[in-house]
Design a protein around this ligand. Structure first.
Ligand code: HPA
Ligand code: ZN
Length: 326
């Protein structure tokens, strides 16, 4: 349709994307073979069939298991480059990608290995596609804060190639306040701060991320609507929310896209952005998310342009780059 055409060609920005969540079953099998690792599935198709999640934790279990095929610099390069190529095909001109160093450090992969692969791919994507990107080092909230601080210390030599700190993994029972000192250390590196909050966890976790971690953006944040004062605050301060519709449906945050509050939040005047989260696991990349949202919620062209403008404004791109993207 004309609207699908409009969405396909619209210039895009992606701000909530886990690079480990772009590991397609085919690449997982290829890397497993390259590294001599056995996978507990017969084929990429059998693996894909196992992607039926009840909640965040049931997804995370498979996601961490899958990430175990990533061992070498080339593995991280190939993983990132496949996503960057995809971005070029979808008119995604700027992206800020998260990676979870603890997932890899804790099985013997060195920070240098990850960083050389990821930064190498970023540089090549800039050269080949003219795309700009930022790296967000994300801490695993189910692990102790000390483990996160150890990861940050390993990242210190790379501090100028990392743009922000993030916080992901099992939200319930792991409030943002647990990571106050880690976020202060990241601040001393000159990094921006973001955190997952209000995905499965309560609206209070969004307040905590704002107060205790001083975050500049909230990843997900859809449960903010449970607290009217919080919604007022998010509107007044234009705190960006990086909303991930297909992820929310696959993880049972909403039963159906038609129940999703993305359009409502946008119409209330929040700085909403649209993102794919873990596209290899949740059924699609950014354009697929947009088409699914359009099908379920029927946004106007003006609203789509607003979502993109919000993402440009909410990004950590330099001001000259933001102007070029507009
Ligand atoms: N939530 C929490 N942790 C994650 C996610 C998510 O959506 N994706 C990858 N790790
Ligand atoms: Zn996420």
């Amino acid at each position: 349709s004309r609207m699908d055409q409009f969405l396909a060609q619209l210039p895009k920005v992606e701000l909530h994307l886990h690079i480990e969540g772009t590991l397609e079953p085919e690449m997982m099998f290829a890397l497993a073979e390259r590294n001599g690792i056995a996978l507990p599935y017969r084929s990429p198709e059998a693996l894909r069939e196992a992607y039926q999640f009840d909640n965040l934790q049931s997804f995370l279990d498979l996601y961490y298991q899958g990430a175990a095929v990533l061992r070498t610099r080339d593995d991280f390069y190939d993983l990132a480059m496949a996503y960057f190529k995809r971005c070029d095909q979808e008119q995604i001109l700027h992206y800020e990608i998260m990676f979870d160093p603890q997932t890899h450090l804790n099985r013997g992969v060195r920070m240098n290995t990850m960083m050389e692969g990821l930064v190498g791919a970023q540089q090549d994507a800039q050269r080949h596609y003219g795309a700009s990107s930022n790296l967000i080092l994300s801490l695993l909230r189910h692990l102790p804060e000390e483990d996160g601080i150890a990861a940050l210390e390993q990242a210190k030599p790379w501090q100028h190639l990392i743009n922000a700190i993030g916080l992901d993994s099992s939200e319930r029972g792991n409030p943002p306040s647990k990571f106050k000192r880690a976020f202060e250390l990241a601040d001393s590196y000159g990094w921006h701060r973001v955190a997952h909050a209000g995905e499965e966890g309560p609206a209070d976790y969004i307040w905590e991320a704002l107060r205790d971690l001083q975050v500049r953006r909230i990843d997900h944040g859809v449960r903010c609507q449970e607290d009217a004062q919080l919604v007022e605050y998010l509107i007044h301060h234009q705190v960006p929310l990086t909303v991930c519709p297909l992820s929310n449906v696959r993880l049972g945050v909403y039963n159906d896209l038609r129940q999703h509050n993305l359009k409502q939040l946008l119409e209330l005047g929040l700085c909403v952005t649209l993102n794919s989260d873990d596209p290899a696991y949740f059924g699609g990349y950014l354009t697929t998310n947009m088409l699914a949202v359009q099908n379920a919620l029927k946004l106007s062209e003006t609203q789509w342009i607003q979502l993109t403008t919000n993402a440009i404004n909410a990004s950590f791109a330099p001001v000259e780059r933001k102007m070029a993207l507009k």
